[in-house]
Design a binder for this molecule. Structure first.
Ligand code: GYE
Length: 304
């Protein structure tokens, strides 16, 4: 692994680039689509040798995976950090070993000079878009809300909460409860069951930080004899196929998109960084939002 600079032969296009990708795990439909997009972009046909690791959403396991990529002497590391904090040491080790790190999806709190670039989404804006819709539609009548948060300490959960809470400030909406469901269907269901036991039909509205937790909550709501989308209105983030189907079927009320198809952009950035070319510190991919009618129209062409 020649430290930095251009490789012999100039173009460098014919040299296979070995990339270690530290994925969070496989918690959601969004994650499956993201993993697939990354594997397609980092294929052999595109000049890559991909070493893939999924850490089952355990931060220590993900740090160990990055450390093992450093020991293997990969050409670049791509990291989808489970949580924001705790990356300083291992990112310094990568830097000392002259291995560039590119973040995808979520980001870290470590100093910017410890990574080359971040390809991600504006999570705060996603939360704000969800909150604005809630405020516009329910903000003027007393409305009780519960929240299913994403993984505690992840930038996706932290920033979505910030954007959402800012947008509902000063409205008649009361947050009855807010707990993590770790971005999974199973935990979304369990936590929603708890909310229903505690608050029953007082709950008017659910905001879930992703589709999967909202989909898990559907089971709990139906089991409690309530009608999702009617008795309890549901707002989520991601817009994966199953979420969009629930929206088109009237069981969800609004979804803010979060685009998981980041692979191509990440691969382009990795190629540039390895070739010693300059890249931006961050690339933010645009998202849209859907109501029930828009979901019906968009569903047939949905890629994920
Ligand atoms: O919304 C959720 C996934 O970090 C944007 O993680 C990602 C989030 C996504 O598990 O479904």
């Amino acid at each position: 692994c020649a430290g930095g600079g251009s490789t012999a032969g100039g173009g460098g296009d014919d040299k296979v680039i070995t990339v270690g990708f530290a994925q969070t795990g496989s918690e959601s439909g969004w994650r499956s689509a993201n993993t697939e997009s990354m594997k397609t972009a980092f294929s052999e046909a595109n000049g890559f040798n991909l070493v893939f690791n999924a850490a089952d959403n355990k931060p220590e396991a993900q740090i160990a995976a990055v450390r093992s990529f450093i020991n293997q002497g990969v050409d670049a590391i791509v990291l989808a950090p489970i949580v924001t904090d705790g990356w300083d040491d291992v990112l310094k080790e990568a830097k000392d070993a002259n291995i560039p790190v590119i973040l995808e999806d979520r980001t870290v709190s470590a100093s910017e000079d410890l990574y080359a670039s971040w390809v991600g989404l504006d999570f705060e804006k996603e939360g704000e878009t969800a909150g604005k819709w809630v405020a516009d539609n329910f903000g003027k009548t007393p409305t009780n809300l519960v929240v299913l948060e994403g993984t505690t300490g992840s930038s996706a959960a932290t920033d979505r909460a910030t954007g959402f809470n800012d947008a509902i400030k000063g409205t008649d909406i009361t947050v009855l409860d807010s707990q993590t469901g770790n971005f999974t269907r199973a935990e979304g269901k369990t936590v929603m069951e708890g909310f229903l036991q505690k608050y029953g039909s007082q709950i008017n509205l659910l905001f879930a930080h992703n589709d999967d937790m909202g989909l898990g909550a559907l089971d709990a709501i139906k089991a409690a004899g309530l009608k999702p989308g009617t008795d309890i209105k549901i707002v989520t983030i991601d817009a994966v196929k199953d979420g969009m189907t629930a929206l088109a079927d009237g069981e969800f009320n609004y979804i803010v998109e979060c685009n998981p198809l980041l692979g191509e952009k990440v691969a382009e950035v990795v190629k540039k960084v390895v070739a010693g070319e300059s890249v931006d510190k961050q690339y933010i991919v645009e998202d849209q939002a859907f109501d029930q009618e828009q979901a019906k129209a968009a569903l047939p062409d949905r890629k994920y």
